[in-house]
Design a binder for this molecule. Structure first.
Ligand SMILES: C[S@@+](CC[C@H](N)C(=O)[O-])C[C@H]1O[C@@H](n2cnc3c(N)ncnc32)[C@H](O)[C@@H]1O
Length: 304
């Protein structure tokens, strides 16, 4: 079963979060998410007491303002969403356009939450002027106000009072993380436009990401990365460089939607990479890096 989600977000790791938690060492002081988005892994960790303190970071200002509202003014946010949801009834399409125009003139977390709930695939897209330009999914009205209120209140209870929020580049977050932290990284696929700021419009480059990981290894950071993966035999993206000495684990994330639509049965296999310092901390031998099946790898980590 997936972890609860504070808001809909394309690329959320909600379905995989509980599997990712299996690779958490005991006694983490702080869980750090440099590419937080909807922070599905932090939510799942807080829920199962696998982390005491949290640091959520994302270069997308709108996402981080929404997090600030969830943690600091959850009732006000839920009220605002409920008002928008009710007001849209009977005029869903033009109402979405009005909210989007207002948001582009003057961004607010309530409007952003409504746009996320209604837009195509809950995926944030901006034009070259930094304006939100994703279209509505006309089959969706967005979660009902009561459901949204519960999600917001639940996330606020889990993370409120013990979470730091920032909008830095992930390299600055890695530079400030310490060996007692656990860092969970879920970077965007290459070439995905993820924010208003044109510096990040091309996503995270493979080269600079690999360099940042070398630096993190030198500093003995414990980290887990979700990185691309494959559908059936089709590999998405390049595997991370071998000289990083990461343990590569493949997790079966279920049938691929694309393949199902085409009448095939390929499954989506997600890749997780574990840092050398984390492997050391978990007390698992490097044999996990051999070509074991996902089940064998999980069994390895399950054993006392
Ligand atoms: C795949 S999503 C993360 C999804 C997240 N795991 C979840 O459960 O919702 C990747 C995130 O990285 C952010 N991002 C892109 N470039 C970044 C950068 N250079 N530094 C920090 N965050 C970045 C994007 O805004 C996006 O929210």
């Amino acid at each position: 079963m997936g972890a609860p989600s504070p808001f809909p977000y394309q690329g959320s790791k909600r379905q995989l979060a509980n599997v990712i938690l299996r690779y958490f060492p005991e006694g983490i002081g702080r869980l750090v998410e440099p590419f937080a988005g909807s922070a599905a892994v932090s939510i799942a960790a807080a829920r199962s007491s696998a982390g005491k303190r949290f640091w959520l970071n994302d270069t997308n200002e709108d996402v981080m303002q929404l997090w600030r509202a969830i943690l600091e003014t959850p009732e006000e946010l839920a009220e605002r969403y409920a008002g928008l949801w009710q007001a849209q009834l009977g005029q869903e399409r033009p109402f979405y356009d009005q909210v989007r125009d207002r948001f582009n003139r003057s961004p607010s977390p309530g409007d952003f939450l409504y746009l996320l709930a209604r837009c195509v695939k809950a995926s944030v897209r901006y034009n070259s002027d930094g304006e939100f330009n994703q279209s509505p999914d006309n089959r969706r009205r967005g979660a009902r106000p009561e459901t949204m209120r519960q999600r917001i209140a639940g996330s606020s209870r889990l993370l409120g009072g013990r979470t730091e929020l920032t909008t830095l580049d992930y390299t600055d977050v890695l530079a400030a993380a310490t060996p007692s932290d656990l860092v969970y990284m879920d970077p965007p696929y290459q070439g995905v436009c993820t924010g208003r700021d044109s510096r990040y419009r091309d996503g995270v480059s493979f080269r600079s990401f690999a360099d940042a990981l070398h630096g993190a290894n030198d500093r003995g950071l414990s980290y887990i990365i979700s990185y691309d993966g494959r559908t059936g035999k089709k590999q998405h993206g390049r595997p991370l460089p071998r000289d990083l000495e990461l343990v590569h684990i493949e997790v079966d994330a279920g049938p691929s939607t694309q393949a199902t639509l085409l009448g095939r049965s390929a499954r989506t296999i997600e890749s997780l990479y574990l840092s050398p310092a984390l492997i050391e901390r978990l007390g698992v031998g490097r044999k996990a890096n051999d070509m074991l099946t996902a089940e064998q790898q999980l069994a390895l980590f399950d054993s006392p």
